[in-house]
Write a protein that binds this ligand. Structure first.
Ligand SMILES: [Zn+2]
Length: 500
C-alpha cells in the first residue's frame, strides 16, 4: 500500500470530494481513475457522494493523520443524518463508509425512498467562491451546500448555484465550484424559510449531539403541545392540518421542496416515526412550519439535557441518579400538561430510577380527559327562545307580500337550529314558544288580504275574486265577512287619513 506523499490541508467545512478534487489538481492527474486508486486503492464510485466510502483505505494512506471516524465527522454529511439513526444503523453506516462497498447505504438511511435524490446537484455560493479565493487561495466544495434542502448559503444568504457538468459528464471530471457556470437552484426564492432552514441544517451538522438531545427530549412533541395541537396525548389532526396548509403554501418552491409542499401528511411520520429514518430536512422543515427557529432549537438544550440519559437506556439502570437530576426530571415530568402520564417527558427514566415517586404521582394525578364540549343546554334554550322571537318579528315585518311564519322559516333565521331539530327535548322553552308562534293558513291569509287592500288601494266594493287575486290566495281559508270587514276598515282608515 502506497502512502500519499501529499494531501491538501482541509479548508473549513470542506467535503471529501472537494479534497479529492484538490488532490487531483495538485498532482495534475490525468483521470479520476488514477486519483481514486491513489487515494482509495480502488476505483471508488462514491467519492462524489455526500456519504463516500473507502475511507478506511484513505485513512491508512494518510498514515492515520485522520482516523476513519474523523474523516466521516469532518468531511461527510453523515453527522447531519446520524442523530436520526439508532445505534445499529449508525454503526452500520460507519462500517459501510469505512469499507469499499457502499451498496444500499442510502437506502438504509431512507434517502433513496425520500425522493430527494433526484433534486441533488453540486452546489456552490458565488460569494463563498469569491471569499475562498481571497482567503484560501482556491475555491472548494462546501459540505453544507450539498445537504438536501440547503438552497441558500447559510453564511451569505445567497441562493446557491447548481452545477451542470459539461458534455453530460458527472463529478468525475473533477472541477472546482464555478469552473463551469451553474444556475440558481431556486428560481423564486422564499428566502426567510429557505435561509432559516440552511442555518438550522448547518447547526445540526456541527452539533449532532445537540440534535440527538432534541430528539430524545421529544422537541417536536413539546412544540405541538405548546401550540395547542395535542389533546389527550394525541395530535389534533384537523387543527394541525388547517395550520400547516397555508404555511406550506408560503414555503420554498422547487427542487426537494416539491416533495414536501404537496401534502402535509409526512409531518406525522416525523413526529412519530415508525421504524423509518426521519430525513433531517423533514425535521428542520417541520420545525420551521411550527414557527420554531434556530434559537428555539438551541434554547431547548438545557431541558433536553435533562432527558439526555434516555439515549443510553439500560446502561445506567444500576447507577444511582444524582439528587439534582431526580428533582429536575420530576419537575419536567409534572410540568407537562394535557398528556397521559406515560407520554410525559422522562417517564421511562423515572420508571427506572424513581419508581416510588412516579407511582405516587400517577395515582394522585389520574388523567382526566378534558370535557371541553360540555354544553349549557338551559342557557342555549333561553338564547334560542330570544332569537325565535326576533326571527318571528323579522318574518312579520318583511317588506312585500306577507311571508308565513313557519317552522322552517324560523329555523333558517336562528343559530343551533340543527340541535333544536335533532334534540327538541333539550329546548323546552323554545319548543313551546315555537308551537305558539306558528301561523295558521287563516291568519296568514288575513294578513295577505290586509296587505293587498292597502298595497293596491282596493275599493270597498271590490269583488272577492279580485281581492283574492291581488292577495295571491287560491284556496280561501278566510270567510267573506272577514274580507268585507277588512275592506271596510281600510276605507275608514283612508277617510280619516285623507287619502283616496
Ligand atoms: Zn456563501
Amino acid at each position: 500500500m502506497d502512502r500519499l506523499h501529499g494531501f491538501p490541508q482541509p479548508f473549513p467545512d470542506e467535503s471529501l470530494y472537494s479534497l479529492a478534487v484538490r488532490y487531483h489538481r495538485l498532482l495534475s492527474n490525468d483521470s479520476y481513475r488514477r486519483t481514486s486508486h491513489e487515494l482509495f486503492g480502488v476505483y471508488s464510485r462514491t467519492c462524489g457522494s455526500i456519504l463516500p466510502c473507502c475511507l478506511g483505505a484513505l485513512s491508512q494512506r494518510l498514515a492515520s493523520a485522520y482516523s476513519v471516524e474523523q474523516l466521516i465527522d469532518r468531511f461527510t454529511l453523515l453527522p447531519l443524518y446520524e442523530p436520526f439513526l439508532n445505534d445499529t444503523k449508525s454503526r452500520a453506516a460507519r462500517i459501510a463508509m469505512a469499507g469499499d462497498d457502499g451498496t444500499g447505504l442510502k437506502m438504509s438511511l431512507g434517502i433513496t425512498a425520500s425522493g430527494f435524490l433526484k433534486h441533488a446537484s453540486f452546489r456552490y455560493c458565488e460569494r463563498c467562491v469569491e471569499e475562498d479565493i481571497q482567503h484560501c487561495g482556491s475555491t472548494y466544495w462546501h459540505r453544507i451546500h450539498q445537504a438536501t434542502g440547503t438552497c441558500i448559503c447559510p453564511l451569505h444568504g445567497e441562493v446557491l448555484c447548481g452545477t451542470t457538468f459539461p458534455n453530460g459528464a458527472d463529478w468525475r471530471c473533477m472541477l472546482f465550484p464555478a469552473e463551469v457556470a451553474g444556475s440558481p437552484v431556486m428560481q423564486v426564492p422564499c428566502r426567510p424559510a429557505a435561509g432559516e432552514l440552511s442555518e438550522m441544517q448547518l447547526w445540526g451538522l456541527e452539533h449532532p449531539a445537540a440534535v440527538r438531545n432534541l430528539l430524545v427530549g421529544d422537541f417536536l412533541w413539546h412544540r405541538l403541545d405548546e401550540m395547542g395541537f395535542l389533546k389527550a396525548g394525541r395530535v389534533r389532526l384537523q387543527t394541525l392540518k388547517s395550520f400547516l396548509t397555508p404555511r406550506l403554501l408560503c414555503s420554498p418552491r422547487g427542487n426537494e421542496f416539491q416533495e414536501l409542499n404537496c401534502s402535509w401528511e409526512w409531518v406525522l411520520g416525523v413526529v412519530r416515526p415508525r421504524r423509518t429514518v426521519v430525513q433531517p430536512l423533514k425535521f428542520y422543515f417541520l420545525c420551521w412550519l411550527l414557527e420554531a427557529g434556530l434559537e428555539h432549537l438551541k434554547s431547548f438544550l438545557p431541558q433536553a439535557d435533562i432527558y439526555g440519559g434516555e439515549a443510553t437506556e439500560g446502561s445506567n439502570t444500576g447507577v444511582p441518579a444524582e439528587e439534582s437530576e431526580i428533582e429536575a426530571r420530576r419537575q419536567a415530568f409534572s410540568s407537562s400538561k394535557n398528556v397521559k402520564c406515560h407520554e410525559k417527558p422522562g417517564y421511562q427514566w423515572l420508571y427506572r430510577h424513581d419508581r416510588e415517586w412516579l407511582t405516587q404521582y400517577v395515582s394522585a394525578h389520574p388523567f382526566i380527559r378534558r370535557m371541553t364540549g360540555l354544553v349549557d343546554w338551559a342557557a342555549r334554550d333561553e338564547a334560542l327562545a330570544r332569537n325565535l322571537l326576533i326571527a318571528r318579528d323579522q318574518i312579520l315585518f318583511t317588506q312585500g307580500k306577507p311571508q308565513k311564519v313557519t317552522r322552517a322559516a324560523l329555523n333558517r333565521r336562528v343559530a343551533h337550529s340543527q340541535d333544536f331539530l335533532r334534540m327538541p327535548d333539550k329546548f323546552p322553552i323554545s319548543t313551546l314558544l315555537m308551537s305558539d308562534m306558528l301561523e295558521s293558513d287563516h291568519d296568514h291569509q288575513v294578513r295577505k288580504v290586509r296587505w293587498a287592500v292597502r298595497q293596491y288601494l282596493l275599493p270597498e266594493r271590490s269583488a272577492l275574486s279580485v281581492v283574492y287575486r291581488f292577495a295571491g290566495i287560491r284556496l280561501s281559508h278566510v270567510t267573506e265577512e272577514e274580507v268585507l270587514d277588512i275592506l271596510s276598515v281600510a276605507k275608514e282608515l283612508r277617510l280619516t287619513s285623507g287619502s283616496p
